[in-house]
Design a protein around this ligand. Structure first.
Ligand SMILES: [Zn+2]
Length: 89
């Protein structure tokens, strides 16, 4: 029987770790090949994990930390502030 997206997602992390038996890997590979949602998630998860693995050995440079903080702040500001009041057509 074909596994559902939820089945796949639940095992995706183990799959990327190589912790799954070959048969389960095959199921996931087959599903990801036909399901764009799971394929996108699989890619995102893999990239995130790669980044997380690299981070501890290399500290984040201050300029990147600052840039990240600016992005977060800009997003928070946008969410809190409604549209500017003095915009006229
Ligand atoms: Zn799926």
């Amino acid at each position: 029987m074909a596994p559902s997206c939820m089945d796949i997602l639940r095992r995706l992390s183990d799959y990327l770790d190589g912790d799954l038996p070959p048969r389960a890997c095959e199921e996931i590979r087959a599903h990801v090949a036909t399901c764009t949602d799971c394929a996108a998630l699989c890619n995102t998860l893999r990239i995130t994990r790669d980044l997380c693995r690299k981070l501890p050995s290399e500290p984040v440079p201050p300029e990147i930390r600052r840039a990240l903080r600016d992005v977060v702040r800009a997003h928070q500001g946008q969410r809190r502030r409604p549209a500017p009041p003095r915009r006229r057509a």
